[in-house]
Design a protein around this ligand. Sequence first.
Ligand SMILES: [Zn+2]
Ligand SMILES: [Zn+2]
Length: 133
Amino acid sequence: MSGVIRGSCHCKAVAWQARLPPKIVINCHCSLCRQLSGADYSAWVVIPNEQFRINKGSDSVSHYSASEHFSKVFCKVCGSTVSCVNNAKFPDHTYVARGNILGDVALPVDLQVYTNDRAQGIHLDADIPVYNP
Ligand SMILES: [Zn+2]
Ligand SMILES: [Zn+2]
């Protein structure tokens, strides 16, 4: 897995790029991710900080500290998630919101995490390992 992925928020105020490979690609079913995204789970591409860069609109991002260790970066114009930081699990890494990647990029999911907290009726992918810290 090599190359560069690019992404942007919905209104295009914020654009970023990240150099592959990622540390890990995860689907997180924790209650924090579910609440912050409003979706059944969050899809994250975890990238070492030195491989991630906001190219445009760094003055349009806002930060929200959801917990002691978890903060969310989002576009203050359209509200799209740009990234998250998890200081407990992967300090020095950026959790990039997979849904904002532009184009078709093959990034297989490595792990499904916090699956014990998953939303009712959500079916897990039987081929992808599960991890519950
Ligand atoms: Zn935006
Ligand atoms: Zn989570």
